[in-house]
Design a protein around this ligand. Sequence first.
Ligand code: F6R
Length: 345
Amino acid sequence: LSWTSSEIREQPLVLERILRENPAQAKECARQIKDRGVRYVLIAARGTSDHAAVYAKYLLGSKLRLPVALAAPSLYTFYGTPPLTGPDALVVGLSQSGASEDIIAVVRHARSQGALTLAITNEPTSELANAASLVLPCLAGPERGVAATKTYTAELACVALLCASVAQESGLFAELAALPEAMDQALQTEQAAAQVAAQYCRALLAVCLGRGYNLATAYEIALKIKELAYIHAQGYSTADFMHGPLACVEPGLPVIAVAMSGALRDDVAASLSRVGQRGGQLIIISDDEAILQSAHASLPVPKVPEWLSPITAVVPGQWLAVHLALAKGLDPDRPRALTKVTVTR
Ligand code: F6R
């Protein structure tokens, strides 16, 4: 068993740990966010963590009605023209390692400008954590696989807990509490994902689609597939896909689609049917029986509230990436050219 596979399996435990050990810190972050009268959020993140930031953009936007922007770190580190943030900004460094210089630079600059700063990181003694005034630890434990799996869902869960703490709605906490069990069920998609992998492991290209909360999931699955199976998988919003990339669909192109029930269900289903008409092979991750029936290959996940669905919906994609690697004779723990910690400036 690879480290990556065991780390995927650890995810329900990590979620339990976050829900058990993080509420006090999340509450303190929420208190400061409210005391400051935060009106907008800027998030700096790279790679997988950047996908967690995309999730945060939708979640804080919908539940807290806060505009969220993703930072452009080179404005801080190369151009020397960092956008000015004031005291009503929350600036978040979202990073598993807490080591990337560009992410640290964004947080440092924002703090010097008087913004409230928060590090969400799996390394609570990292330089990033030191640079920020608040820290929310991801509590995922050491991750040995190069590909981020449990640290990704831990980041999502920390963002979700923070959001529930600011909103202070008991319903949101109850929904969060049910998450570890749903995660357990999502893990059971391994066999189905392995079958899909056996069928598609010779593909050179793939597309991953999702929208709304699950745009992050589409991006993240695409990255896992690129990094572990060396298949050029590109993630798109289903809406953006209709604005041009649809023309690239040739018969047989594997299209991995995240189509969860909720506000976007019908819209995503309609886009997928156009992709299907162009001959795309639909590999669908969904909690909706009817949508799954329209798939060439289906990866059913448990029903959870839409705002939490990215945490469970990514799991079949993680399995798919691992099994595509195995089917190609690759070692999922050691993708070529990559190291565990990547530092960029
Ligand atoms: C992809 C992966 C990388 C990391 C990225 C994160 O599976 O593992 O994309 O997510 O290097 O950097 P930090 O440590 O800043 O989160």
